[in-house]
Design a protein around this ligand. Structure first.
Ligand SMILES: Nc1ncnc2c1ncn2[C@@H]1O[C@H](COP(=O)(O)OP(=O)(O)O)[C@@H](O)[C@H]1O
Ligand SMILES: [Mg+2]
Length: 341
């Protein structure tokens, strides 16, 4: 670790980290470019033998050994799971540390250290994404926030949480003075935040999102969630009204439900905000996250939004340039602003 803060030409300090239920991503600036590293937030357990361990070492697979078990983490976990026709295990569930998974903490720690790496200078600033308080579940995000803070501090960072929806605003609304509504449609949660000149006025999360769509459609069609997820990610087209298959039809129905649910929650959060924001100008809305990726999502969202009528005027609805990277990129904007300070 370097303790002297000598910034190389073009590089600047600060890292942005998105710790999601499905993926962990890290953004940093290298030579005038923002670079991303992504990994699946998943792990897979295999029996220990010195042979397996040596093979994993040779293949460069990341794992940890605990007792008689080896835990393969990240993208490789999915490959192993597919090989054995099993599901990966997930350290996060519905946006926070999975309370039902006894190995979550060591798995998050190893995933984070692999993705984030060592600080490039002592105490480098890192902003990490945090979900807003859920409106539809009885849990708090405080434990999650503190555990991640401790892991990053242990790695040598000066760590700060940033709301996931706010990060979307910082990533995409530079020209609008960082004012607008950022919505991140993820795997475990949807997060929304209305910011005025980068300052959040209200934020919340709901615990229905991409994973929930997979589960509902799997139940409705009697398929496995992995099969549904594969169709959803590969070929779902929300711009057409006549679906190609029963699965796509069910996906379309649950997408409608999810979008309406989020819009209703936005309406309620706005109306019940303690300092109800006094909005004079129409505001831009940015859609981000993996669940916002299917073709036609933005148009579908706009149509349902116009039917529901939000209690404020909307100037535009846009998809983030890189829906899967927007949160990490926004967290990086915050980290760099902090470093420049
Ligand atoms: N092309 C795609 N079409 C539809 N859904 C997608 C696509 N790519 C990823 N997803 C879904 O997005 C979710 C992951 O998005 P992400 O924003 O990384 O979530 P999280 O913040 O929870 O980690 C998963 O439910 C995944 O199935
Ligand atoms: Mg996310």
């Amino acid at each position: 670790m370097t303790s002297k803060r000598t910034e190389e030409k073009g590089n600047s300090f600060g890292k942005g980290i998105d710790i999601g239920t499905a993926f962990i991503s890290c953004a940093e600036q290298v030579d005038d470019k923002v670079m991303f590293r992504n990994e699946r937030d998943a792990f897979f357990e295999i029996e220990y033998s010195s042979f397996t361990k040596n093979m994993l070492n040779k293949a460069g697979v990341r794992y940890i050994k605990k007792g008689k078990k080896l835990y393969v983490v990240g993208d490789s976990a999915l490959e192993f799971a597919n090989l054995f026709h099993k599901e990966t295990r997930r350290p996060l569930s519905r946006g926070i540390i999975n309370p039902g998974e006894k190995e979550s903490l060591p798995m998050i720690e190893i995933l984070l250290s692999g993705i984030v790496g060592e600080p490039r200078a002592s105490g480098e600033v890192a902003y990490y994404s945090m979900p807003g308080e859920p409106t539809d579940a009885d849990f708090s995000t405080i434990y999650h926030e503190k555990v991640l803070q401790n892991f990053l501090t242990k790695l040598g960072y000066t760590a700060h949480p940033i709301n996931e929806g706010q990060a979307v605003v910082l990533s995409e609304l530079h020209e609008e003075g960082f004012s607008g509504l950022g919505i991140s449609f993820g795997g475990g949660m949807v997060n929304a935040c209305l910011s005025y000149m980068s300052v959040p006025t209200f934020s919340f999360s709901v615990t229905k999102a991409g994973d929930w769509i997979d589960q509902q459609v799997a139940m409705a069609t009697n398929e496995t969630t992995s099969q549904i997820c594969a169709v959803k990610e590969k070929s779902l087209d929300l711009s057409v009204d006549t679906a190609k298959s029963g699965i796509e039809d069910a996906l379309s129905i649950y997408y409608n439900y999810l979008i309406e649910y989020v819009l209703e929650n936005i309406k309620e959060a706005f109306e019940s905000a303690p300092d109800r924001p006094n909005i004079n100008n129409p505001i831009p809305i940015i859609l981000a996250g993996g669940t916002a990726k299917p073709r036609g999502f933005e148009t579908r969202f706009t149509r349902l939004m116009n039917e529901i009528k939000l209690p404020f005027a909307v100037s535009s609805v846009r998809l983030a340039k890189e829906p899967l990277q927007a949160v990490a990129k926004g967290a990086l904007v915050a980290a760099r602003a902090h470093e420049e300070d």
